[in-house]
Design a protein around this ligand. Structure first.
Ligand code: SF4
Ligand code: SF4
Length: 343
C-alpha cells in the first residue's frame, strides 16, 4: 500500500526524464571526465538489447508516454544498440535525446540518426579554438569532427534539434564569449548550454579536488576574469534568450561557485527525488548517483511502477530529502531556478 509520501509522488507525477548510460566505452580522454580510465563493461554484465527495450517500454507506460529518454555514455554511438533503441523509444511516442562527442558522426551516421527519429542531439564543444578543444578532449582531430558532424546533421537530419553543450573551465574561459556568439548566430545550431566544471567524473571523491594538481588546471582562479566573462554571458542571454539555455540566474550562481565552491548546499530538500532517474551501463537504476541503486533493469519481470514505489526507493528518497551534501550537480546539470542556495 502506498503511504502519504508516495501518494504525493503520484499526484505530482513529475518523473519524466531518464538517462540511459548505454555504454561506458569512449575514445576520448577528456580532462574533466575519467570515464576512459575504466575497463569496458563486459558484455556478460551489460544489459542486453531486450533489457533496454523492456525498460524503455515500462518507463513509457509509467510516465503515460510523457517522458524523455536521454541516451548517453561513454560515447553512446560506440554501441551499435543505440540508434535502434532510439527508434524503439520514438515509435512509442517518447521524446529522445542523445549526448555525443560527435566523433563518429560521418555522413552515413547522420542519415541513420535521421532514420532513428531522434528529436534532439547534444554535441560537446568547448572552444572554437581547434587546439584548445582537442586539448580539453584529449583527442587530436576532435574539433574537426564536431564541425563536420554539424554539417552532416544539417544536411541529412532535417528537423533535428542540434544543441551545443560546453563545460566552462580554466582552459576555455576566455573563449566562451566567442563560442556563444558563433552558436547564437549559426542557423544550424538550435541552442547552447553551459555547465560549470566539477571534479572529473569517475575520480576518487575529494572536496578539495580543485586545489590538487590536475584539478587546478581545470579550475579558474582569476576572479576579475570570472566576473567579466559571466557578466558578458548575462548580457548575451538578454539578447539571445531562446538560443542560450541557461537562465541568467544560473550564470550568477556559476560566479559564486567559482569564487567559493565549498558551500553550495540547497536550503531545502533536494528536488531531484522526483525528477529523473539514471540507469548505469550495468543496468543499475539510481535516483541520485551518490545513493544506492533502487533496482536493475535486468531483473526478471522488471516493472518501473513496482520499483518506484518499493521500500528501497522510499528509503533513498527519504535520504535525498535530508541530504546536506555540497552538491555541484545542483549548480550545473540539475540547476533549478526555484532552488534557494546557501552560498
Ligand atoms: S566527457 Fe564524454 S567524451 Fe569525454 S571522456 Fe567522458 S564520456 Fe568520453
Ligand atoms: S547528492 Fe544530495 S543534493 Fe545532490 S542530487 Fe543527491 S541527494 Fe540531491
Amino acid at each position: 500500500m502506498k503511504d502519504a509520501f508516495n501518494n504525493r509522488l503520484e499526484r505530482e507525477g513529475k518523473l519524466n526524464f531518464c538517462c540511459l548510460n548505454i555504454t561506458n566505452r569512449c575514445m576520448f580522454k577528456c580532462k574533466m571526465c575519467y570515464m576512459w580510465k575504466d575497463a569496458a563493461c563486459p558484455d556478460s554484465e551489460a544489459p542486453t538489447f531486450d533489457h533496454w527495450k523492456q525498460f524503455i517500454a515500462s518507463f513509457g507506460r509509467f510516465t503515460n508516454g510523457k517522458s524523455c529518454i536521454s541516451f548517453t555514455g561513454g560515447e553512446v554511438l560506440m554501441s551499435d544498440k543505440t540508434l535502434e533503441l532510439v527508434f524503439y523509444a520514438t515509435e512509442l511516442g517518447l521524446d529522445t535525446l542523445l549526448n555525443s562527442n560527435a566523433y563518429l558522426i560521418d555522413e552515413d551516421k547522420a542519415k541513420r540518426i535521421h532514420g532513428s527519429g531522434l528529436k534532439k542531439i547534444n554535441i560537446s564543444l568547448d572552444s572554437l579554438n581547434e587546439d584548445k578543444h582537442d586539448f580539453i578532449r584529449g583527442t587530436p582531430g576532435s574539433y574537426k569532427r564536431v564541425m563536420k558532424a554539424i554539417e552532416y546533421l544539417h544536411k541529412h537530419a532535417v528537423n533535428l534539434y542540434v544543441h551545443i553543450n560546453t563545460v566552462i573551465m580554466e582552459s576555455n574561459l576566455d573563449d566562451i564569449v566567442a563560442l556563444t556568439l558563433w552558436a547564437v548566430k549559426d542557423q544550424r545550431i538550435s541552442s547552447i548550454h553551459f555547465q560549470s566544471v566539477a571534479q572529473p567524473f569517475n575520480d576518487i571523491p575529494n572536496d578539495l579536488w580543485y586545489e590538487q594538481k590536475e584539478g587546478s588546471l581545470l579550475w579558474p582562479k582569476d576572479r576579475e576574469r570570472i566576473e567579466r566573462i559571466f557578466d558578458e554571458l548575462i548580457k548575451l542571454k538578454e539578447m539571445y534568450r531562446d538560443k542560450i539555455n541557461n537562465p541568467s540566474a544560473q550564470f550568477r550562481i556559476f560566479k559564486s561557485y567559482f569564487n567559493n565552491p565549498r558551500n553550495f548546499v540547497k536550503k531545502y530538500e533536494c528536488h531531484m527525488y522526483n525528477d529523473l532517474i539514471n540507469v548505469s551501463h550495468f543496468g543499475d537504476i539510481r535516483i541520485c548517483n551518490d545513493m544506492p541503486s533502487i533496482g536493475n533493469i535486468k531483473e526478471e519481470g522488471f516493472e518501473m511502477e513496482r520499483l518506484w514505489y518499493s521500500p528501497l526507493a522510499d528509503a533513498v528518497r527519504e535520504n535525498m530529502r535530508k541530504c546536506t551534501k555540497n552538491c555541484t550537480f545542483m549548480v550545473s546539470c540539475s540547476y533549478d531556478e526555484q532552488e534557494i542556495y546557501i552560498k
